[in-house]
Ligand binder design. Structure first.
Ligand SMILES: Cc1ncc(COP(=O)(O)O)c(C=O)c1O
Length: 380
């Protein structure tokens, strides 16, 4: 059976509340970083259970500023099975990538391999919480404590996931994304969270031209026109307009994640295990299904995907090629011959199926049925 209408990979959950929040900001005339940023940061810090949250223009900026503000220049251990932004932040931040393999079931960094890669030059671990699945933070935190390493979490894909009851992004410096496919969306946007107040202040100043106070905060001071940079910074701030969307989205986060989990359970029940290895929710961890990804068994992935896409189903791949095989990393940084067997196996078989809160039960059923049929048809 073929699907009669389009089911895209993702549709951000936006309704009248977001429209009204944006309209109110536009009418207020305060478009740049402003009062809604403070509101968004307050809500986000509460949610993550940390004292500090800094709103930024992207997660890539959060990762970069996390690197720079913590002064890391040595080796950072991270997975190659991630979006390239994780590794780019290590490189542009002035440090060295050391790629670890992943665990097949969770697709997150393998703690045993992390420990084996530690050298006297290692300064940090950067776990990536893949597609809504928390990495094994309990083990990674113990390794970090033992070897006195920092943790910078790429929590772009896991807003609301937990490990041992503790949110991802709260185990070290948390870096988050609000790109439209993420668990909450502002279009472009990111957040950095930390329990280190001095680090948060440094990040805020770095994101605001090296000036320690924001325009909004200066307005309340005696001489708001005085702007003094204490170092050469960047402009990586989030606008008041996008922060207003973020405030509304935060209030919907739990409901949206519950919907994702319900859709995932339906996919789990309908997809045939003879064709797919299904996503795994590791014991003690909460998966929030930013993506629903399966590993295709014994079928040609290109024809499988082409078949689904021809039927209007926005199936795709996250992530192939893995970072260490991409031209800059393979050729210029010399990672081309690095062997990461699980990473290679997963990246060559992984498929992302549509997942967003507004999917109906029928949508999930149609995608599952089409995926089962395509996997049978394109058996290698
Ligand atoms: C794992 C991971 N890290 C970082 C990013 C970058 O996020 P942003 O687009 O907000 O810079 C993404 C977004 O796609 C991601 O999936």
């Amino acid at each position: 059976m073929s699907v009669q209408r389009t089911i895209p990979l993702c549709i951000p959950d936006m309704d009248d509340a977001e429209v009204q929040a944006v309209a109110a900001v536009l009418k207020s005339g305060w478009l740049a970083h402003g009062p809604m940023n403070h509101e968004f940061e307050k809500l986000f810090a509460q949610f993550a259970g940390v004292p500090c949250a800094v709103s930024l223009n992207s997660c890539a900026s959060a990762l970069f500023l996390a690197m720079r503000a913590s002064g890391i220049t040595g080796e950072v251990i991270l997975p190659s099975f991630t979006f390239v932004a994780s590794a780019n932040a290590v490189v542009t931040g002035g440090a060295t990538c050391v790629f670890a393999d992943i665990d097949y079931d969770t697709c997150c960094i393998d703690p045993a391999h992390v420990e084996a890669l530690i050298t006297p030059r290692t300064e940090a671990i950067m776990p990536v919480h893949y597609g809504g699945q928390a990495a094994d933070m309990a083990r990674l935190a113990a390794i970090a404590r033992k070897h006195k390493l920092r943790i910078i979490e790429d929590s772009a894909e896991a807003i609301g996931a937990t490990c041992a009851g503790k949110p991802t992004g709260s185990w070290g410096i948390g870096c988050w994304s609000f790109y439209p496919t993420k668990n909450i969306a502002t279009g472009e946007g990111g957040m950095l969270t930390t329990d280190d107040v001095a680090l948060a202040d440094r990040v805020r100043a770095m994101a605001g031209h090296g000036i320690a106070s924001s325009t909004w905060a200066r307005e309340k001071k005696e001489k708001p026109w005085l702007r003094a940079a204490t170092f050469a910074g960047y402009n990586m701030r989030m606008s008041n307009v996008l922060a207003a969307i973020g405030v509304v989205q935060m209030k919907k986060l739990e409901r949206m994640n519950d919907a994702r989990r319900k859709h995932a359970a339906r996919y789990d029940a309908l997809l045939k295990k003879e064709f797919f290895d299904l996503p795994v929710e590791a014991p003690g961890r909460k998966h929030v299904y930013q993506m629903y990804t399966v590993k295709l068994k014994g079928a040609d992935r290109s024809t499988f995907l082409a078949d689904l896409r021809a039927q209007g189903i926005g199936a795709t791949v996250h992530f192939d090629p893995p970072v260490h095989t991409q031209p800059f990393y393979a050729e210029q940084l010399g990672f081309g011959t690095l062997e990461l067997p699980v990473t290679m196996k997963v990246s060559s078989t992984i498929v992302t199926l549509p997942m967003y809160p507004g999917m109906s039960e029928d949508d999930v059923g149609l995608v599952a049925e089409a995926a089962n049929a395509a996997a049978r048809k394109h058996r290698a």
